[in-house]
Structures are given as structure tokens and as C-alpha cells.
Design a protein. Structure first.
Length: 296
């Protein structure tokens, strides 16, 4: 374990004592996750009535893929917060800004991606190969213990080179004036590192959702509903992350599967219902395996 994470009992920046103290916020986060899930399913019903079963299935498939990627995203956020020793109340502020930044970023990526497809259809095979390799890479790394060291972060070093920075937190402020100089606070560095990390995850997200739908509206809606729950999902996973030992393997299998379907599309058209069944089934199997403490 790196020095910057020393003293954290569970490796995600919270101690067991802190976890018990945060029991009420965790319960509230669970309720928010349940509410957002209900709204997401209701949106699938809207697509069903408005555009038919195919659109609803595409939406659900896209939502489940994005939800799986969001879990992996959140686990990395935990490591970043632990590395920077971000207090819990400031984590909420960073996540709130981060969610809006992620929505804008994903929306822009999806609009650009669908524009590319309309002009260069062959780019679908590039996306498919990218997802297949991403899935294989994730499977190979599934048993590695991830870490994060702010001193080795390329994003943090870049920001420090280009902005005058205060090396401490100043409450909820992103900028502060010291000795007549306007400085970025450490909290702003954390936010920008979070956004840079989400940019990397967006590179997986774009081809993943395009693999299950070619509708811009369906893709953006499924992305937004998955991202809306990021903040609540973070506080749930901060408490329960060690229990989801098999989820990363499931995500790797899903990415490899949808990448392969994109590459095989000219010769083998897999219906959306089959993709949805495979994605949902894989997530259920991995959640059940995680509950029993099994590693896949």
C-alpha cells in the first residue's frame, strides 16, 4: 500500500469507525439509488410506449452497460480521494461538480461519435476492436490491486505546472487569494483529476453504448440516467465495495462481448434482446458470485 493511503483501514479512504458514523448517509444513498433505478425503468417504459420494444431494449442494454462502467469509475474515484486525503464533506462537492462535468463530456462524445459513424461507417469496427481489447485487458488485470499516488498523477503534475496552487484545502472553495495571489486550492486539483479520469472512461463508454443502439436519443438518455446516480453510487460502494469482488470480471466479459458483436455484425446480426439478456445475466451472475465471496 502506498504511503499516501496509509492509515485507511479498508483502502478506500474510510475507516471502520468512519463507516459506522456514515451509516445514515449510506442508507440515504441506497434510497437515492433505488429511486433513480425506478426512474430509469420507468423511462424504459416510456420508450416502449413511444418507440416500441426495440428502443426500450436498447435503452436498457445501454443503461446496464453504463451502470457497470460507472461502478468501475467509482472505484477509481475512491482511490483518488484516498490518495489526496479528501474529507468526506468535500468529496460530496467534488462528486456533484463531477457528475455535471461527466454529463456534458459524455453528451459531447456521443454526438461526435454518431456524427463520425454517419460519415465513416467503418469506424464501427475500430470501436469493436477497441472494446474487445479493453475487455481482454481488464480480465488480465482483474486480480491486480489498484492504487493511486498524487505525486505520480500526470493530470495533477500538468495542473501544478500551469496553475499557481495552494497545497491544502480551503473548505469548499476552488480558488483562494493568499498574499495578493489568486491560487487554485487542492480541491480544484482533485476535481480536475476526477474529470480527467472520467475522460478516459468516456473512451470506453462511447463505443460501448454505440454497440447496443444507433439512436442518439436512446444513447444519451441511458448515459445520463447512469451518470445521475454516480454520487449516490459512490457512497454506497465506499461502504460495500469489498463485497463486489467479481464485478470487474463481469464488466470485462461484457465489454469483450459487445466488442465482438460489433466486429461480427456484417456476418452475424445479434438481436438486441439477446444482447440485453447476456448483459443482464452476466451482471446477475457476478453479483451472486460476489455475495458468496467468490472470485472469478
Amino acid at each position: 500500500m502506498p504511503d499516501d493511503m496509509a492509515g485507511h483501514k479498508n483502502g478506500f479512504g474510510t475507516s471502520r469507525q468512519g463507516s459506522r458514523a456514515d451509516a445514515a448517509p449510506v442508507r440515504a444513498a441506497l434510497w437515492r439509488c433505488a429511486l433513480l433505478l425506478a426512474l430509469s425503468l420507468a423511462t424504459a417504459g416510456v420508450f416502449w410506449r413511444w418507440r416500441g420494444a426495440e428502443a426500450a431494449q436498447q435503452y436498457l442494454a445501454g443503461y446496464l452497460v453504463e451502470l457497470g462502467l460507472s461502478v468501475d469509475n467509482v472505484l477509481v474515484f475512491m482511490l483518488i480521494f484516498a490518495g489526496f486525503r479528501v474529507p468526506s464533506d468535500l468529496q460530496r462537492r467534488v462528486l456533484s461538480w463531477g457528475v455535471w462535468g461527466a454529463m456534458i463530456m459524455r453528451g459531447g462524445f456521443l454526438l461526435a461519435g454518431f456524427g463520425l459513424i454517419r460519415r465513416f461507417h467503418a469506424i464501427l469496427y475500430v470501436f469493436g476492436a477497441f472494446l474487445l481489447l479493453a475487455g481482454i485487458r481488464l480480465i488480465r488485470r482483474r486480480n491486480q490491486t489498484p492504487d493511486f499516488n498524487p505525486s505520480r498523477s500526470a493530470a495533477a503534475r500538468f495542473i501544478r505546472r500551469h496553475l499557481p496552487v495552494s497545497d491544502r484545502y480551503h473548505g469548499h472553495r476552488f480558488f483562494v487569494v493568499e498574499n495578493g495571489r489568486r491560487l487554485a486550492t487542492l480541491l480544484l486539483i482533485v476535481l480536475l483529476v476526477i474529470e480527467a479520469t472520467d475522460l478516459v472512461f468516456a473512451l470506453d463508454s462511447l463505443p460501448a453504448v454505440i454497440a447496443v443502439t444507433r439512436s442518439t436519443l436512446v444513447a444519451i438518455t441511458s448515459n445520463f440516467f447512469a451518470i445521475l446516480g454516480l454520487r449516490s453510487l459512490y457512497f454506497v460502494l465506499r461502504e460495500y465495495a469489498p463485497r463486489f469482488v467479481a464485478l470487474k470480471t463481469g464488466l470485462a466479459v461484457i465489454l469483450a462481448f459487445i466488442g465482438a458483436t460489433m466486429l461480427l455484425e456484417p456476418w452475424l446480426a445479434i438481436p438486441t434482446s439477446a444482447k440485453l439478456g447476456f448483459i443482464g445475466g452476466t451482471l446477475i451472475v457476478c453479483l451472486m458470485a460476489s455475495r458468496k465471496g467468490a472470485k472469478i
